[in-house]
Design a protein around this ligand. Structure first.
Ligand SMILES: [Fe+2]
Length: 159
């Protein structure tokens, strides 16, 4: 099974776990929003670049906050995953900083940003998420679910 941006982890079934499916779907949205930003930079249109960078940040920040609040918090308790989680969290900060720089006019940072975004997503979709699907049973998923803010709430639109 292929989606537009590459192979998804259909072999282990982790996409079927609600929060993992949500995060994988948000990754697709992030890559699509990055494409809008790339095209705005290619068109050398400062207003479009600012709008696209803002739109991407409005997807990226709630997404990484949600990942860290639930899944990462519960996984990091296991020594086997704690170093990897720490690295993914620092990548979240680097991505935020790079995107803020691009929004402020450092367009030359875009290619490295997109590579870092895609590599980061790949490490989650094809590394961390399948590992969680194997390591966690029902109680852990319940806890992850309880700790994870819903998409509307993190977007600042309480339901
Ligand atoms: Fe993610």
């Amino acid at each position: 099974m292929l989606r537009d941006n590459g192979p998804m982890c259909s072999y282990c079934g982790c996409e079927n776990i609600e929060v993992i499916g949500r995060f994988m779907g948000e990754h697709v949205d992030l890559v699509n929003a990055a494409g809008v930003l790339r095209r705005a930079i290619g068109a050398a249109d400062p207003a479009a670049v600012r709008a696209a960078a803002t739109a991407l940040a409005e997807l990226l920040t709630p997404h990484t906050v949600a990942e860290e609040a639930g899944l990462f918090t519960v996984m990091a308790r296991d020594e086997e995953f704690s170093d990897h989680i720490e690295r993914l969290c620092s990548e979240h900060e680097d991505l935020d900083a790079a995107l803020a720089g691009i929004a402020d006019g450092a367009w030359e940072r875009y290619p490295a940003f997109e590579r870092a975004l895609r590599d980061h997503i790949d490490r989650e979709d094809n590394g961390l998420f399948p590992a969680a699907a194997i390591a966690f049973a029902g109680p852990e998923w319940d806890e992850v679910h309880d700790l994870t803010p819903p998409p509307a709430a993190v977007a600042g639109q309480p339901s």
